[in-house]
Ligand binder design. Sequence first.
Ligand code: SF4
Ligand code: SF4
Length: 233
Amino acid sequence: MPEKERLFLTVDEALDAVRCDFAQYASQFNLLSVIWPMVFGDGAYVLRDAHSRSIWAKMSGNTKLIPSSEADLKQRIMDCLDRYTPGPQHLARICSRVFGAHVEAGPGPIADTTSGIWIDTGMEDFVCNQCGRCCLTLNYHDGCSVGDYQRWQDLGRTDILDWVGTIRQKGQVTACRIWVTPGTSDFAETCPWLARSPDPNRYVCTIHDVRPTICRQYPGSRKHARMTECGGV
Ligand code: SF4
Ligand code: SF4
């Protein structure tokens, strides 16, 4: 498998990735109900009342059911993982569930890297069908990096830079936003680089080779694609 399709994370990075996943996707009750006993031990479980939709949680070794919410479950899981950092093997099993991917514990790619986990992104055979949904619906405005800005500057792409809002400190660009209608502080209604392809059901990116990193990295995983309703296969 090409290396770019496998992602190595240290234990701390993996915990941050789980935290980001929980923050990014609001409704993941089924996932949380699987993770809960993995974190709190056999006998721990969560329930959701089919009618009231209220959530109850039970810790291992405790007879009481405590009223809860998805946000509360996530917070308790992360607090526990931060407090009692799981070993790589256990963390790999948790991450496999969280990211819906094959995950293995192991040493990092360089000799002095501590152990962590390897995640197979499953993206090696991903095919974008050019539906344009990501460009039309996802919020990428804050996803432009200063690195993107500098790359466009180096390439002399003033046509792209015209659509980038910047914050400067002491003359240096320190933050960017895309795509801002030139001469205003308003976001463009749609990305100015998105165009219809000759096939009316497909779109093309007219700056494909130099598109922002956030666009190049989408979707980052099969789960990311699924959770954001990407039309690729
Ligand atoms: S720059 Fe290209 S890939 Fe990014 S949102 Fe616009 S059209 Fe889509
Ligand atoms: S939503 Fe998915 S399939 Fe559609 S254009 Fe974006 S990456 Fe391609």
